[in-house]
Design a protein around this ligand. Structure first.
Ligand code: AGP
Length: 370
């Protein structure tokens, strides 16, 4: 096992550090920037059908569901096809409106999640075309779907999903850009700009790992005894906030909630005092001014602010107690970069609390029972 961990203390840390490679592997052979194309065997034969879909429903659980939420933003922005995202466990029991004009995208790292599997079977019976996004090759979900793409993130052993998540976001970005280019919603110029950004992500993730590792380790020390955490983000980074909170709760057992930053005033603001740590994801693109006023509200209530901002940020950073910086990219790709320090933060808080990071209590890597 020590050899498999490759010198890292835990699989989770190893997998966090593998992300430049796993994202690169997800893109490999698919993103051909010089030729200006995205080549995806899984989607090519079905482009017409997908582009003519009345709606796309994304079904998944846990972290994969968070990836699905970002997928909704991506597909609606670039391909202009309506998308709904559902927990597979809810979808399967509520007789949803699905027809043979619908596309269902099922996302699952393991490809074995019982709820996702059952939801796929139901959608299939209703005539929908099912597209799978799985990491484990030849898994049950990969076999039952009509078409699909593997994330190629490599084996993920840590129960807390890390590299599979960023690879799911990468695949969803490819799909959204491919559909948008094909159906004419995305201009050639914009497509080229975005694929160039996408291509730069493995390198940027490497930079994020280098620049945030020590600082997240340091910040984590201050929150070992925290009892609650709030994670806030807007737009593409709202699901990133949900995912950051899930990471922390599953491995450190600290209660954490993710919220859209603007929803704070509708309830969670009542929780804020000097004992409440708040992680706020605030890249320059994407409602930055709005986030600044959210941060002012938190500051006025003495919340402890951990700001995850772009390099060189001054406004949010000047109000924060702790600052984590990451390089700029398009807003739609920012969750891929912002998630990395959130994974590291959760990891180190859990390690300092003496938790079993790779095998958290009560959790299994793949949930094959209902
Ligand atoms: C993630 O850290 C979790 N352990 C969990 O939420 C997981 O994402 C969920 O069970 C779905 O698994 P799947 O992607 O293998 O279907």
């Amino acid at each position: 096992e020590q050899i498999e961990k490759g010198g890292y203390e835990h699989f989770m840390l190893k997998e966090i550090f593998e992300q430049p490679k796993s994202i690169h592997d997800t893109l490999r052979g698919r993103l051909l920037v010089n030729e200006g194309i995205i080549k995806m065997a899984g989607i090519w034969d079905h482009l017409e059908r997908i582009n003519q879909a009345q709606k796309i429903t994304i079904i998944a659980c846990g972290t994969s569901w968070h990836a699905g939420l970002i997928g909704e933003y991506l597909i609606e922005e670039f391909a202009r096809i309506p998308v709904e995202v559902e927990y597979a466990s809810e979808f399967r029991y509520r007789n949803p409106i699905i027809t043979d004009k619908d596309i269902v995208i099922a996302i699952s790292q393991s490809g074995e999640t019982a709820d996702t599997m059952a939801a796929i079977k139901m959608a299939k019976e209703k005539g929908a075309f099912i597209y799978g996004i799985c990491n484990v090759v030849d898994s049950s979900i990969a076999r039952i779907t009509d078409a699909g793409s593997y994330t190629h993130a490599g084996p993920e052993i840590g129960v807390a999903s890390t590299k599979a998540f960023t690879s799911q976001l990468t695949i969803l970005s490819l799909i959204a850009l491919k559909l948008g280019k094909h159906n004419g919603n995305l201009s050639n110029q914009e497509f080229m700009r975005l694929i160039t950004e996408l291509d730069a992500l493995p390198k940027k993730v490497e930079e994020v790992l280098e620049s945030t590792h020590e600082i997240t380790k340091e910040i984590a020390k201050h929150f070992v005894d925290a009892q609650n955490f709030l994670y806030l983000g807007r737009g593409y980074n709202f699901p990133a906030a949900l995912e950051g909170a899930l990471k922390l709760k599953e491995i450190s057992y600290i209660h954490a909630e993710g919220y859209p930053a603007a929803e704070m005033k509708h309830g969670p603001i009542a929780l804020i005092d000097e004992n409440m740590p708040i992680v706020i994801i605030a890249p320059r693109q994407g409602h930055y001014d709005k986030i600044v006023s959210n941060v002012q509200e938190i500051k006025a209530r003495k919340g402890k602010i951990i700001a995850v901002v772009n390099s060189g940020d001054t406004q949010v950073a000047s109000m924060a107690d702790y600052v984590i910086e990451f390089p700029e990219t398009s807003e739609c790709f920012s969750p891929i970069l912002a998630s990395v320090p959130l994974q590291l933060l959760a990891y180190y808080v859990a390690v300092y609390r003496g938790a079993n990071v790779d095998q958290p209590r009560n959790l299994a890597k793949s949930v094959t029972v209902e």
